[in-house]
Design a protein around this ligand. Sequence first.
Ligand code: CA
Length: 396
Amino acid sequence: MMRPTRLLLGALLLAAASAQAQPAEFAACLSGLRAPARAAGVQDASFERFTQGLQPDMSVVDKLNVQPEFSTPIWDYLAGLVDDERIAEGRAQLQRHADTLARVQQRFGVDPATVVAVWGVESNFGQSFGKYPLVQALGTLACNGRRQAYFRTEFFSALRILQAGHVAPERLVGSWAGAFGHTQFMPSTFERLAVDFDGDGRRDLMDNTADALASTANFLARAGWQDGQPWGFEVKLPAGFPTSGEGRRTKRAMGEWTRRGLLRVDGSPLPAEAGPAGLMTPAGATGPAFLVLRNFDAIYSYNAAESYGLAIAHLADRLRGGGPFVTPWPTDDPGLSRAQRRELQGLLLLRGHDIGEADGMLGEKSRAAIRVEQARLGQPATGRGGLLLLKALQPR
Ligand code: CA
């Protein structure tokens, strides 16, 4: 959550020079942080203990500066996050943790499917935490790069978490930007909102599922979640409906949307009792359209991207037994599920491309191989793996 990359999408002017680690400067910076850390509640002994011998990892500064090669179409983003595997796994987790989730709902007023959907998107149900030691990553970013003040706060926060003994130092690993655990909280978010739900005295988002599920629910509750209300729903727009000026934040009463001719996507009337809603058309007026309510904003605050919010909201619906969106995305080249991405990578390997393991993530090597194959097939060499390329490479 709150990964700085998301805030940077679209930023054009970035210092691209790859910085070199300079141990002496880093050591000087760290010792300069000792006094402000003390003022922020990190005792000298803790600072010493947790930063002793710390070396910078300049790869995280490169990550901070990375410019996306292209912006991912929303249908690619959703196809990977809400696929059959994640739906099946999420349903299994709903059963497995049914008792905990029921108690979480009782205390925080957030339903099981929503909590599990966040968990599934944030860490693939606890299977993907990131691999960066947090003190090293945050210490590096506190002393290097463009957002040192922000990361300094998170660095001190991580040191306080260790000082309090919530997580063992060697277990505190996460994303390059400092999000960690089942819920991918930033350290400051952990301090504000993490919950000790199993009552063992520690707030443990690395190794304790109950603490993690409750912490996610607490986050959403504090962000204004209203139990029993929908996040929103897919709608059908009248032909030629003007969508310009509409959006998540332009909330209108349900009655006004009804007067303007909107229906639920199955043709039934809008629910009159539902609260004010904004109209989201993430792929333009010809793609799927959604009325989103206050609960969508709560999800959005977990990670400020509408595509992210839609992935969680839709996954939650699918976990409850709902179907895919009715209106197709406006493309003739739909996105790939993770299983299809692995299949595509297998086909690239068969064709002799050295792309490493077929892990379902289309990284740089996969995209380079895709460009070669697209050129060979006479397609635009975009490096994007979609259904058309997969089908073209499948044996006949
Ligand atoms: Ca606990």
